[in-house]
Design a protein around this ligand. Sequence first.
Ligand code: PMP
Length: 450
Amino acid sequence: MTPQPDPEAGAAVKAADRAHVFHSWSAQELIDPLAVAGAEGSYFWDYDGRRYLDFTSGLVYTNIGYQHPKVVAAIQEQAARMTTFAPAFAVEARSEAARLIAERTPGDLDKIFFTNGGADAVEHALRMARLHTGRPKVLSAYRSYHGGTQQAVNVTGDPRRWASDSATAGVVHFWAPFLYRSRFYAETEEQECARALEHLETTIAFEGPSTIAAIILETIPGTAGVMPPPPGYLAGVRALCDKYGIVLVLDEVMAGFGRTGTWFAADLYDVVPDLMTFAKGVNSGYVPLGGVAISAEIAATFATRAYPGGLTYSGHPLACAAAVATINVMEEEGLVGNAASLGASVVGPGLRELAERHPSVGEVRGTGMFWAVELVRDRETREPLVPYNASGEANAPMAAFAAAAKKAGLWPFVNMNRTHVVPPLNTGEAELKEGLAALDAALSVADEHV
Ligand code: PMP
């Protein structure tokens, strides 16, 4: 329901926020958070009555949009019946959520360990890999994001820490493929793929295969720029993992649950990891939830030996009830198919058409409802519109772009020199076109900096 404008209430919300809320990833005095009065579907409203079309899905998590009535009702019903119950018990909402997730994850990823979100899912996946292999190192890509915690158990004091102390050993970064900004002087996807795999195998050889527990990759790196890997890359990584006894962890926190137009991005590449992390879209973030889907082989490691890890709220019934309802809504409303078809027929072609007209667009890439538009100063040299990690004045062109989008009624996802187009999966064709028109206006502002 559209909230009534109430600027005074908005000012009070804002004042309390500014006085007491410490915000993520921010210089506290340099931010100016918008006070949000309400949200529904793909839209939200501020207290002045301004409406925004949300092309960010929050932080790429409201895959079914805001306030879906069936999911809200399921949360209310679960709250009335059993709001919470400790993780050591079998609880209907939890077992049903695990079953529905396991039925959709690829291959034999049939056991589900529940976490509160994505970062702790990554923590646990890496711990499982280290304990399973008895090896200390993890390889991960430079262009990646896996979460904000820091293997918290290593600072824990009691003996529960002991089994995980191997986790203090190193993380080694490598370059995953990305043709537009190739580190391998590649000119084709085939070259990029082959050279990236060669680079990864060389990294494994120099680090010592017997020291490497896991390779973790986002199936399609999201935060770093929505970079679908070239055909064959993930299959090649899978083969290297098999060759050297390394656990393959695919992080689908952002790419999973329909975002790519398939249930999981791994489905696009026909690759089955040993561990897969998820969060966000699993219940559209209505209640915090994440998890790790575990292969039969890794699950067997902990069949008669305790897994030394856990969380008070693991498989929280409210969050799991929201997951059950979300997955059912996604099936009933065909949202995975919707993401695939509208991504291919409206978003992709719409963004490519904008790229033709706007000199500030360097590249458009993506799939489903998972797209990035890379803004550049110069199409030939591909110099980014703002420098890497720019802030303040240096970031002014992107700030101007974002302001223009908001003025046109669109809330854009902006990260460095890119805007990501990641709307809810049930955003309709007319809404998508409305958003593309707002992007058109905002790109005209970006063009002034070319
Ligand atoms: N992995 C990926 C791929 C992510 O995109 C994110 C969040 N953007 C995380 C992990 C961390 O998830 P959370 O913020 O829920 O801890």
